[in-house]
Design a protein. Structure first.
Length: 277
């Protein structure tokens, strides 16, 4: 885990906590402003591009966390993916809590994926966007509403001081390794960078099988490497670790069990829904 005390402070130091007491002031307008601008641009691009559209919505939570800190660290995530003419408009919000330090923050990202590029046997898709770290659009209020509905205890933690914006870039590459009948095997490589916050590189093997009547199963296994530059994530994200995922799908609805998807060795359940229009 990254512990270099000489690395410059990027956001706040988690310890000592008294020297970095988070603010309770609502600092959301900045986030809402740039996100609404991004959504407006998305609508312009979406309506101006010809072709069928596809909308994917996924929601992740960690009720069976394996990191010995149940319902802590990356507790939940929301992903929205709008695909129009092979281009993707993506929105993600991840909720992070650190009960030991008594703080929380949200990672809210809006990005745009360009047309896929063919490089020999590989298909690569570049992405570019902005990441906001601080008080998000959903965050604590939505999380506690879900907790009340499910009978769980509310989580009341102080948000970190200030909001930060980071540019992001990603490259996702896939190569078909063949298969027989309804089964396929792929190699996937993924790299994501947010300079000043964190960077991730992951490789995994993915197998998919069509079981008929709209039912599919997908399994993946691999490894990821994380480079953390923010003091907010020191001591909670591993430098390197294995990853695994099993997904059942039926007519646009998916249920997945994922391990170490955020670099904290947690187990997450993800529910997904896809619609074509």
């Amino acid at each position: 885990m990254p512990t270099d005390s000489k690395r410059p402070e990027r956001l706040i130091a988690v310890a000592p906590l008294a020297a970095a007491r988070p603010s309770t002031r609502d600092q959301g307008p900045t986030l809402r402003g740039w996100l609404l601008s991004a959504l407006a641009l998305a609508l312009i691009l979406g309506t101006g591009l010809a072709g069928a559209a596809e909308l994917r919505l996924t929601l992740a939570n960690d009720p069976i966390s394996g990191n010995e800190r149940k319902d802590d660290l990356y507790t939940s995530a929301l992903d929205i993916d709008l695909k129009v003419s092979e281009r993707h408009l993506l929105f993600t919000e991840r909720m992070f809590t650190n009960r030991e330090a008594g703080i929380r923050f949200d990672e809210t990202e809006a990005s745009f994926a360009l047309l896929p590029i063919e490089i020999g046997a590989w298909t690569a898709r570049p992405e570019f966007g902005l990441l906001h770290v601080g008080r998000g659009l959903l965050g604590q209020s939505v999380q506690n509403q879900v907790h009340r509905l499910t009978g769980s205890e509310p989580v009341e933690l102080m948000y970190v001081n200030g909001n930060k914006l980071y540019p992001t870039a990603a490259l996702v590459a896939r190569r078909d390794l063949g298969g027989s009948g309804p089964s396929r095997l792929q190699l996937e490589l993924e790299s994501r960078v947010a300079p000043g916050f964190r960077s991730v590189a992951e490789a995994r093997l993915v197998t998919r099988r069509d079981l008929g009547r709209g039912l599919t199963v997908e399994a993946a296994a691999g490894a990821r490497a994380d480079y953390v530059e923010s003091n907010l994530l020191d001591g909670v994200v591993d430098d390197f670790g294995p990853t695994a995922e099993v997904t059942l799908g039926w007519r646009g609805v998916t249920v997945s069990l994922e391990h170490n998807v955020f670099g904290t060795r947690s187990n997450h359940i993800t529910f997904g829904w896809r619609a074509d229009f």
